[in-house]
Design a protein around this ligand. Structure first.
Ligand code: BES
Ligand code: MN
Ligand code: ZN
Length: 489
């Protein structure tokens, strides 16, 4: 586990194994963004020439490694580009990329702009997120363990480091959950981890098992989970603060593996479906983070956990489910299972009388078609709420884009036997149809937003910035940031 602290040390003399220095790009070439004069003097005024020689220009995210040969105390200097005018996300990504490139090094110090609490937190957070590694299943041991000790050179108070630490721990928890193979993360195992993590953070937990779900009328969770020997669970997490005036409810899709059920998925990309619990992961990570930060808000989180398998007891296309809300649902495609567990979670969350319900889900392939792998979508029954989420995510450095809920898509969900069908014959706009379906389970007068993060939950490609391969922990920080903006709710 990587630690971070703040220290107003001199970058020239700080005792560390590697000094990370941020450089801005400009018409006269790269220049150090902080501590410029002293650093350049240590290199006899030749820093610009040295960087030129290794064709480093300072554009955002660019990296160069330079041996310092005694010019400064640190034996290695890592130059990281910040572009022309770095914002907090540029700092997070630069710190993350630099720290990630230093795997195998014990200690690193970051000399990046950190003159405000926001900047100091961004540098610390980016560094910690970039130091993440998932090694539980490697038998050879790590050849290049992540940097263990980070020092952010900053005169700001240690509070920035503490906040960064809480946020990074929450994201790491979600990444670990997503990366864990589904054989080790059944709904019951996920619920157990949730209990442990919540108790550590001072969040109260209740778990309903398959029998209790059946008795209480959670037809969606039961229907989706019945094809697997590993039965479904509904976890309720609750955090309260004595000064709170607002209650936020988060509902996460927690399909521990999505084979599609009897409407079986093709083999090609089925392995990606271990990430289908990323929404529930984000809700757990957020509740833990909100509690550790002691935010003055009430927050409830629901983890809708089930495994979607085509066992002999699986639900069939044409089965009708009795949802927790009382509405009946004809299951025409068992692969549209996320909306079936969420409809129960949303209806249950509404009973808590929250000021806002936000559901978070790896819900549709159509989200990836529309927005790609790195940008999530938000739909809502309230324009102000939707905009608040877009803005909050943007400030946290997570891309969420506003999407509509066109009413004309509702008729495609008409069922010939039940109140509603779970899929529409209309193929186009599938992400929006899923949103329209969920909206039917939000009681009148309750504000609700739906975040589809099918793409952002998992990084199939190379690591970039502070984002590793595999589970990303996406949207966790946005949910915490939303709780910080409780006054805007
Ligand atoms: N979990 C998938 C959505 C998904 C796809 C997430 C790719 C991440 C990457 C979801 O349960 C699903 O299968 N959705 C179907 C819905 C369809 C049957 C209406 C889809 O998008 O194809
Ligand atoms: Mn599915
Ligand atoms: Zn799914």
């Amino acid at each position: 586990m990587t630690t971070v602290r703040l220290n107003s040390a001199d970058p020239v003399s700080i005792d560390t194994d590697a000094l990370i220095v941020g450089f801005r790009s400009g018409p006269d070439g790269p220049r150090p963004a902080t501590g410029a004069e002293a650093l350049d003097a240590a290199f006899n005024g030749k820093l610009a020439d040295i960087l030129d020689a290794v064709t480093f220009s300072g554009k955002a995210g660019e990296l160069a490694r330079l041996p310092t040969l005694g010019a400064i105390a640190a034996p290695l200097l890592v130059a990281v580009g910040l572009g022309e005018s770095p914002d907090a996300e540029v700092l997070r990504r630069a710190a993350g990329a630099a720290v990630r490139s230093l795997a195998g090094t014990a200690r690193a110090a970051l000399a990046l702009p950190a003159d405000t609490p926001e900047e100091a937190e961004a540098v610390a957070l980016g560094g910690l997120l970039g130091a993440y590694a998932f090694t539980r299943y490697r038998t050879k041991g790590e050849q290049r363990p992540p940097v263990a000790e980070l020092t952010v050179i900053s005169g700001q108070s240690e509070e920035a480091a503490r906040r960064a630490d809480v946020l990074a721990d929450s994201v790491a928890l979600v990444r670990d959950l997503v990366n864990t193979p589904p054989s080790d993360l059944s709904p019951a195992q996920f619920a157990e981890i949730a209990e442990q993590e919540a108790e550590k953070a001072g969040v109260s937990v209740e778990v309903l098992d398959d029998q209790q779900l059946k008795e209480a009328g959670y037809g969606g969770l039961v229907g989706v989970g019945q094809g697997s020997a590993n039965g479904p669970r509904l976890v309720r997490l609750s955090y309260t603060h004595p000064d709170a005036t607002k209650t936020l409810a988060f509902v996460g899709k927690g399909i521990t593996f999505d084979s599609g059920g009897l409407s079986l998925k093709p083999a090609a990309a089925m392995d990606l479906m271990k990430s289908d619990m990323g929404g529930a992961g984000a809700v757990l990570g957020a509740l833990v983070g909100i509690a550790r930060l002691g935010l003055p808000v009430n927050a409830v989180g629901y983890l809708c956990l089930a495994e979607n398998l085509p066992g002999g007891t699986a639900q069939r296309p044409s089965d009708v489910l009795h949802s927790y809300s009382g509405k009946t649902v004809e299951v025409l495609n068992t692969d549209a299972e996320g909306r079936l567990v969420l409809m129960d979670g949303i209806a249950r969350a509404a009973e808590d009388g929250p000021d806002l319900i936000v559901d978070i889900a790896t819900l549709t392939g159509a989200q990836i078609v529309a927005l790609g792998w790195r940008t999530a979508a938000v739909m809502a029954n309230d324009d102000a709420v939707r905009e608040l989420i877009v803005e909050t995510a943007g400030a946290a450095g997570e891309g969420i884009w506003a999407m509509p809920l066109p009413e004309e898509l509702r008729k495609g969900l008409d069922s010939s036997v039940a109140d509603i069908a779970n899929v529409s014959p209309e193929r186009w706009g599938g992400m929006l149809t899923a949103g329209i379906f969920l909206k039917e389970f939000v009681p009148d007068g309750v504000r609700w937003a739906h975040i589809d993060m099918a793409g952002p939950a998992f990084n199939k490609g190379e690591a970039h910035g502070y984002t590793p391969r595999g589970g990303t922990g996406a949207i966790t920080r946005t949910l915490i940031a939303l709780a910080e903006r409780h006054e805007s709710l």
